[in-house]
Write a protein that binds this ligand. Structure first.
Ligand SMILES: Cc1cc2nc3c(=O)[nH]c(=O)nc-3n(C[C@H](O)[C@H](O)[C@H](O)COP(=O)(O)OP(=O)(O)OC[C@H]3O[C@@H](n4cnc5c(N)ncnc54)[C@H](O)[C@@H]3O)c2cc1C
Length: 487
């Protein structure tokens, strides 16, 4: 018997660890629910809820194929050690994971355990991230080659009834929040979303992704599924390529053009997914400190509690920011531009250190993916040293992205009766002033950042960061001739 340890790859289609293990002989599929992991400050009930949905789905998929999912609660080393005592297994299979600092340390102890017990630990990859990467040259091609490979599936055996009981949040001591309206996890949900995005919802994607009024529908909404692995990014990529090829064969009507543009933008983002996770894989410290060392003194700036609470609770007085924070709290999702804006306001206008803000957002995004999350939070906070510093103006964003105040009125009911012309600056209609002066706060933030940028040797370190983490921009030729327009 060999063990297949499911982590964030909760599916059976294109599950490389499962497929590899089956080729080596009989298997025990195992999931380990680690209470200490779920106590980490970046995780919350919503993640567990989604994860649990995915486990239920995985259990059914495995049972339909004749495998019984073993479900254990405990620390991974003790659980594996107990299995080893009973079964003396010699091979462990799990997909390579680039996740938070806690799982990184945990995996080191598992490596030691495997070494001490002469167990071979196989860790095939499920995405374009390369472990122990020496150089970013050629990375984009590697990504494309990986995405283009046929993916493994497993053969049917006679179905069996599933036997394990999946614990709920209470069983691992997690407080339950009944007021959530987050997405449901599981492979069926992921497949439905992918299909509806590719064939029904996705047409306006390129333009509609920026506004919170349209993005909830027009974006794929696959992020949490990709993060927990209820669908593989390779399956998503291949199905999108197929759809693009079908569109190419159609007459070039305005509709077909929109669809093609949507598919190209979407493929670009699937590439970014791995591009960002690669950064954390190469430098796990970016979860904890600014990428550019000259910004690190700002990491220790005091966290002004009142500003932090106003930001978290959606009571800054900037209508779009408040609507976003409240929507996020209930739905667990925001579109890219609104995520960027709320992070920008927190760290620039309110002058809060980036790390506690990133941690709070991590607990709120159902799709929390450390590699993307910390890279993006640092980018928006202007801490990477290599990206253009962008300080969003929350009033301008409000006028641009929600001109009629539809999203704002939905989430900030106290503004329901303010006319559209005033919804972006309701303080002109007797509502409270924002907690900071927008223009003044923006100028101060800009000075703070540029005073660091002006220091000697800033650029030297920045060019080393580009060398290590920078994308090499353009994928020359995708396998099916698709040109991806990357940032
Ligand atoms: C401050 C901040 C924090 C973020 N944290 C996360 C996070 O924890 N987890 C996460 O998945 N995304 C994160 N993003 C990126 C992006 O906002 C989300 O991936 C996207 O909104 C998810 O919705 P979707 O699946 O409908 O995206 P779609 O637009 O349909 O994109 C498809 C997929 O591409 C990937 N993707 C999309 N945009 C990006 C991007 N900018 N960078 C990297 N990959 C991308 C995701 O896997 C996504 O599911 C963050 C962005 C910002 C600005």
């Amino acid at each position: 018997m060999n063990i297949v340890w499911f982590k964030r790859d909760l599916r059976i289609v294109d599950q490389p660890a499962l497929a590899m293990a089956i080729n080596h002989g009989p298997i025990i599929p195992l999931v380990i629910i680690e209470p200490e992991l779920w106590e980490q400050p970046d995780l919350s009930y919503r993640h567990f809820k989604f994860y649990r949905d995915c486990l239920k789905s995985l259990q059914t998929q495995l049972a339909d194929h004749g495998y019984d999912l073993h479900i254990e609660i405990g620390d991974a080393r003790s659980v594996l050690s107990n299995y080893h005592e009973k079964l003396r297994f010699t091979q462990l299979f799990s997909t390579q994971e680039t996740w938070n600092g806690w799982t990184y340390e945990r995996d080191k102890t598992i490596h030691d355990f495997c070494k001490a017990n002469r167990i071979t630990w196989h860790e095939p990859t499920q995405n374009g991230v390369i472990r122990r990467l020496k150089n970013r040259d050629g990375w984009a091609k590697h990504w494309q080659d990986f995405m283009n490979q046929p993916y493994p599936n497993i053969k049917n055996k006679s179905p069996i009834p599933p036997s394990g009981i999946i614990p709920n949040a209470k069983d691992i001591g997690h407080p339950i929040d009944d007021n959530l309206d987050i997405q449901e996890g599981g492979t069926q949900q992921a497949n439905n979303l992918l299909h509806s995005f590719l064939f029904t919802r996705g047409k306006p994607y390129t333009k509609a992704m920026s506004s919170p009024v349209s993005a909830f529908d027009a974006c794929s909404r696959l992020s949490a599924h990709i993060a927990f692995g209820s669908i593989s990014i390779r399956e998503v990529t291949q199905k999108t390529h197929q759809r693009y090829d079908e569109l190419k064969a159609l007459p070039k009507t305005p509709d077909v053009k929109l669809w093609k543009s949507a598919m190209r933008s979407f493929l670009g983002r699937l590439h970014w997914h791995c591009h960002f996770i690669q950064k954390l894989e190469d430098d796990p410290s970016m979860e904890f400190q600014s990428l550019h060392s000259m910004y690190r003194p700002l990491d220790d700036a005091p966290l002004e509690p009142s500003l932090y609470e106003h930001w978290k609770n959606g009571s800054t007085g900037f209508p779009l920011v408040d609507a976003c924070m409240r929507a996020l709290h209930q739905t667990g999702w925001l579109n890219f531009r609104m995520r960027a804006m709320v992070m920008s306001i927190a760290t620039h206008h309110l002058g809060l250190p980036w790390r506690p803000c990133a941690l709070y957002l991590a607990t709120q995004f159902t799709d929390y993916e450390p590699g993307i999350h910390y890279s993006q939070c640092q980018m928006q906070a202007g801490r990477t040293g290599i990206n253009t510093i962008r300080i969003y103006n929350p009033i301008k964003q409000s006028m641009d992205q929600d001109p009629d105040g539809i999203f704002i009125r939905r989430w900030v009911p106290e503004l329901r009766n303010v006319p559209s012309s005033g919804v972006h600056q309701p303080w002109h209609y007797g509502h409270k002033q924002p907690i900071v002066d927008e223009k003044l706060a923006r100028e101060q933030a800009s000075k703070r950042l540029y005073s660091v940028r002006k220091q000697p040797y800033f650029r030297d370190e920045a060019s080393n960061i580009v060398k290590k983490h920078g994308s090499r921009r353009r994928i020359k030729k995708a396998p099916n001739q698709l040109k991806l327009n990357l940032e």
